[in-house]
Design a protein around this ligand. Structure first.
Ligand SMILES: *[C@@H]1O[C@H](CO)[C@@H](O)[C@H](O)[C@H]1NC(C)=O
Ligand SMILES: CC(=O)N[C@H]1CO[C@H](CO)[C@@H](O)[C@@H]1O
Length: 526
């Protein structure tokens, strides 16, 4: 491995050299250049590439494992050098002049950004080619709203905003920020809203919001965060909305949200989270919305949500849940919406939803549920919308929807149903919308739909309707309620020549004559 070692040594030297340099002092940039520090990064990168290249050419099969081990270490070092490169780069960024005189707002107006004194707002939104703080822009010291969104900013100097102590809102969304200097928001004690959506941030400095104790909303969605320091959100007593959606988080530390007692909305969706520490939500008794959808959660601790007694919306859809632990949601009496679409749930039972006495919408579509048992939803008497589409439901017991006086939407489409108990809808008299399309129904039990006195929309298509004498119940229902059919008219699958004809068009003569044929020779094409 003699050809790797020199590279590593050179690297370590570079890293050590950079870490030893004073990083917090702006005036050190000149010294850095004096030491040729600026170019060391470039040289180190080139050297690594060359070494890697050479290495790959010389690999002998028996040395492969060792090569891979060293490659991993090299990658770690490259990342570190990249980070240092960004830190050095940010030291060379301009800091805008801050105006304090009486003409500060008119001077502001001379620059490329737009300045509005009435609202104390400066907008540098979408300036052509803006890739660094504009040098000619004067900023009034009392600016409250600063919009830098939709530009090409890659680096910011650590003192970019330090004198702007009146700032309440800063919008840096849709830039290409790779890293934030740890002190970028220091002294901004009136800052209430930080928008960093859609940048390229891979990590956050632990003390980033240390001084910003007035913060109410933080949006760091659509970045590349892989982890969060446990302390980033400490000491933010007024924070009510935090979005970390669409990053690459795989885990969370138990303490990450532990001081956010006023938090009302937390968005962790579209990450790669696999596990939630048992106590990660322990302080969030004010939380009303929790977005955990589109992650990789497979298991949940039974009490992970217990502290969330104010929760109104819980999105767990598109994860990998196979079962819900017992009593998982027994403390969520305020929950109105529970989203579990697109998991791998194989069954649901009454104990899963016990205590959800204010639940109005329950989404269970795209799971592997095979059966709906009696009284499964007995704990959710206010349920209005129940989504059970795209499961493997082959059986629904007669008292499945018992006590669901308020049920108005029932979506059972795209399942394996061929039958339903005749009296099943007696217990849900307020149904307005029923979908049983894309199932295996050949016929309906006569009288089934008669209990739905208020129904307005019914979907029945894509079932293998068997147009023998028994289909006449459905035909007659269609004649009387044609206006309620809300997708294509159901069609006969068979028997024989009747395949493809509309159920609506069947007559006693056409189907009851054919009944003999259908029962003896010709099998329905099912
Ligand atoms: C479901 O409930 C009905 C009526 O309450 C009852 O007759 C039936 O036996 C129950 N089914 C099961 C499997 O317990
Ligand atoms: C919208 C709706 O149907 N609300 C009803 C829910 O059920 C209660 C009784 O359980 C009725 O009083 C509501 O009118």
């Amino acid at each position: 491995m003699h050809f790797i070692l020199p590279g590593l040594v050179f690297f370590l030297l570079t890293v050590v050299l950079f870490e030893a340099l004073p990083k917090s002092n702006a005036s050190s940039s000149a010294e850095l250049c004096g030491l040729s520090g600026c170019h060391a990064v470039d040289i180190a990168k080139k050297y690594t590439e060359q070494t890697m290249h050479k290495m790959l050419k010389m690999i002998k099969p028996e040395a492969l494992e060792e090569v891979f081990q060293n490659m991993e270490r090299m990658e770690g070092l490259i990342t570190k050098v990249d980070d240092l490169a960004r830190e050095v780069e940010s030291l060379f960024q301009p800091v805008w002049p801050v105006g304090t005189g009486v003409t500060r707002w008119s001077r502001c107006a001379e620059g490329p950004c737009s300045c509005t004194e009435d609202t104390r707002a400066v907008s540098c939104w979408r300036l052509e080619g803006l890739d660094r703080v504009p040098r000619k822009q004067h900023l009034p010291v009392d600016v409250q709203t600063l919009d830098l969104s939709m530009n090409k900013l890659r680096y910011l100097h650590k003192n970019s905003f330090n004198r702007l102590t009146h700032l309440e809102e800063i919008d840096l969304s849709e830039n290409d920020l790779q890293q934030l200097p740890p002190s970028i928001f220091f002294d901004l004690e009136n800052l209430q809203h930080v928008k960093l959506r859609k940048n390229s941030l891979r990590h956050l400095p632990p003390d980033l919001f240390m001084d910003s104790r007035s913060l109410q909303t933080i949006d760091i969605s659509v970045n590349a965060l892989e982890s969060l320091p446990g302390s980033t959100f400490m000491g933010l007593p007024h924070l009510h909305t935090l979005s970390l959606s669409d990053n690459s988080l795989t885990t969370l530390q138990a303490a990450t949200f532990s001081q956010l007692r006023k938090l009302e909305e937390l968005d962790l969706s579209e990450n790669k989270i696999q596990d939630l520490p048992r106590t990660v939500f322990s302080s969030l008794s004010q939380l009303r919305q929790l977005h955990l959808h589109h992650n990789n959660i497979e298991h949940l601790a039974p009490d992970v949500f217990s502290p969330l007694t104010s929760l109104e919306m819980l999105r767990l859809d598109h994860n990998k849940l196979k079962v819900l632990p017992p009593s998982l949601l027994s403390h969520q009496a305020s929950l109105a919406m529970l989203e579990l679409t697109g998991n791998s749930l194989e069954s649901v039972q009454a104990s899963d939803f016990l205590g959800l006495r204010n639940l109005k919408e329950l989404y269970l579509g795209q799971n592997n549920i095979g059966k709906i048992l009696n009284r499964t939803f007995a704990g959710t008497p206010k349920l209005e919308k129940l989504y059970l589409f795209s499961n493997k439901i082959a059986k629904v017991e007669i008292a499945a929807f018992s006590g669901m006086n308020n049920l108005t939407w029932l979506l059972l489409n795209n399942n394996l149903l061929s039958d339903l108990p005749r009296r099943i809808f007696v217990r849900s008299p307020n149904l307005l919308r029923l979908q049983i399309d894309s199932n295996k129904f050949m016929r309906l039990p006569p009288g089934l739909l008669d209990d739905l006195e208020k129904v307005e929309q019914v979907k029945l298509s894509r079932n293998p309707w068997h147009c023998d004498c028994n289909i006449l119940y459905l035909t007659n229902w269609l004649h009387a309620h044609g206006d309620k059919i809300w997708d294509r008219q159901p069609k006969c699958r068979g028997p024989g020549d009747l395949g493809g004809r509309l159920v609506y068009d069947m007559t006693f003569n056409s189907v009851c004559d054919g009944q003999w044929a259908s029962m003896t020779n010709i099998k329905g094409r099912v």
